[in-house]
Design a protein around this ligand. Structure first.
Ligand code: FAD
Ligand code: MLT
Ligand code: ZN
Length: 473
């Protein structure tokens, strides 16, 4: 590993870590929570997709907001760059150092602080693993309004910092709505307490939103207040096979109209995406092969009512010839198996070799249009596929190869971003900008908006120590 690993990005003028710095951290956290062993540091230096790699020699593991505050104050005073990291499941290279930034890992900040069973507001530290929060809420007849395939590893603080969308955004909205409060520490160590946990609070600027989706560039999220809806009493999942994307669109319209308020998820999987999990991970599809599959889920409060609606919906889709085959279930094991097909695509694709991963918002009519276009452009790909959050207009378009190939990259980019911009889509629907996309955000953000982002960054982190080289072009 060398400092010139990324030729277009130069290490900025931050301090190189020395014994005095390490001594300060060890005094603050104790020897065990300051990791300097090369092998131990390695996992914190490589992202989930194994496409970005830093060479940090120091991982800090704070347990409290106060410790985070003291770390950041010291780093700011000494001009030490910091990379905040949660579960390290981010898909745009934002969670790992680019050079030797100190990693501030939140995994020991995992206390659940309170749950108000009347309001459903859960307050916890930012390092709680999403799945642990889901289980905690579930035992209390509530649910976390966010779910994604990385739930077993990602932290709620990472979710908030990326404004993660996930599988049920269609129903429960994004985190700007369900996160009622955030506590965050600014680069200079000042703790900003915005944890009022009220549904309604218009006292001035809505500052919590600055931390939701800012990918660790404006502050380190330390605490969260999140609104948990009641756990649904009735759940149904349908897995449907369809012949064309026009049929998919018609089926989406029917689902919205007929399932109405109980529709909780509407996901699309194309055949090559499903093939990635059936062939590489040995999962079994419950129906035979079709060009498109839809996974439709309902959350409601009455089994009879919901089943009646689901059956009505399926009947009309079948009689209109939109759905060629399908299965529907409310058995926990079967629902889980169907969801596993969808949630494992990300992992399945990695088995092809190298994945060029795109996360794009497009007008619903155009949701799939880019996939055949890309297939034409990249003829010798192992796979060009599309899956994702159809109900929210967010497709994950993937091109896989046996190994990375610069020429193919040039065939895909910037074409894909230009195509998206022409349709007024977003070049990052939910994964964020991280290290991989700063030079592309102008495709989706105006010069004035980018300038305001830069001004905010300078105001909140004047020395630029927080997650440098990320997000801001
Ligand atoms: P990390 O990866 O550790 O960090 C992500 C970013 O947040 C980095 O920029 C990091 O610096 C910053 N950060 C982390 N914690 C903090 C903190 N406490 N304070 C300030 N900054 C912080 N994303 C979706 O939106 N929808 C999906 O459906 C989805 N599914 C996924 C499925 C899989 C299998 C995988 C691997 C990833 C998926 N992701 C998805 C991407 C990813 O964004 C989310 O997994 C998650 O939100 C990241 O959380 P994390 O704790 O792993 O954060
Ligand atoms: C998903 O929806 O599965 C995730 O966002 C991860 C991915 O894009 O593969
Ligand atoms: Zn997604």
């Amino acid at each position: 590993l060398t400092k010139d690993r990324y030729p277009q990005v130069k290490r900025r003028d931050f301090a190189e870590l020395n014994e005095k710095h390490l001594g300060y951290f060890k005094n603050l956290l104790g020897e065990n929570r300051v990791i300097t062993d090369k092998d131990e540091c390695q996992g914190f230096n490589i992202d989930w997709l194994k496409s970005v790699r830093g060479y940090s020699q120091c991982i800090l593991k704070p347990k409290t907001t106060q410790e985070v505050s003291e770390i950041l104050k010291f780093c700011n005073d000494n001009r030490i760059a910091v990379c905040p990291q949660g579960g390290n499941t981010g898909l745009v290279g934002g969670s790992v150092p680019v050079f030797d930034e100190v990693v501030l890992w939140t995994g020991l900040m995992n206390d659940i602080i309170s749950l108000d069973e009347n309001s459903g507001v859960l307050v916890c530290q930012s390092g709680c693993i999403l799945e642990n929060l889901e289980n905690f809420a579930d035992e209390r007849d509530l649910m976390i309004p966010l779910d994604l395939g990385a739930k077993g590893s990602c932290h709620i603080g990472g979710n908030i910092s990326t404004n993660a969308g996930g599988l049920r955004l269609l129903r429960y909205g994004n985190l700007h709505g369900s996160v009622l409060g955030v506590e965050a520490v600014k680069a200079d160590g000042e703790v900003i307490d915005c944890t009022s946990a009220l549904k309604k609070d218009n006292t001035g600027y809505h500052l919590k939103h600055l931390f939701i989706g800012s990918e660790g560039t404006l502050g380190v999220v330390t605490k969260v207040a999140i609104q948990c809806p009641p756990k649904p009493r009735a759940l149904n999942v349908a897995f449907l096979g369809l012949e064309s994307f026009d049929d998919v669109l018609a089926c989406l319209r029917q689902a919205k109209r007929q399932l109405g308020e109980i529709l909780s998820s509407c996901e699309l999987i194309d055949n090559p995406s499903l093939d990635a999990v059936t062939s590489h991970l040995n999962l079994k599809s419950p129906i035979s092969v079709y060009p498109f599959y839809m996974l439709i889920e309902t959350h409601g409060s009455s089994c009879d009512h919901d089943e009646e609606k689901m059956h009505g919906f399926l009947e009309s889709c079948m009689s209109d010839g939109l759905v060629r085959d399908g299965t529907t279930t409310n058995e926990i094991g079967k629902m889980k198996a169907i969801w596993e097909l969808r949630e494992s695509i990300t992992e399945g694709l990695l088995h092809d070799g190298y994945v060029f991963k795109y996360d794009i918002s497009l007008p619903t009519r155009e949701f799939y249009s880019l996939v055949p276009v890309m297939r034409e452009r990249v003829k010798d790909a192992v796979r060009v596929c599309g899956y994702g959050h159809l109900g929210d207009g967010n497709i994950h378009l993937q091109v896989t190869l046996k190994e990375f190939n610069e020429e193919v990259l040039r065939i895909i980019e910037p074409f894909i971003y230009e195509y998206t911009a022409k349709l007024r889509g977003s070049v990052s629907a939910e994964h964020g900008v991280g290290f991989r996309k700063p030079k592309y955000i102008h495709y989706s953000k105006s010069p004035g908006a980018i300038n305001l982002m830069k001004q905010l960054k300078v105001m909140m982190d004047p020395k630029g120590i927080l997650n440098p080289y990320k997000v801001i072009p």
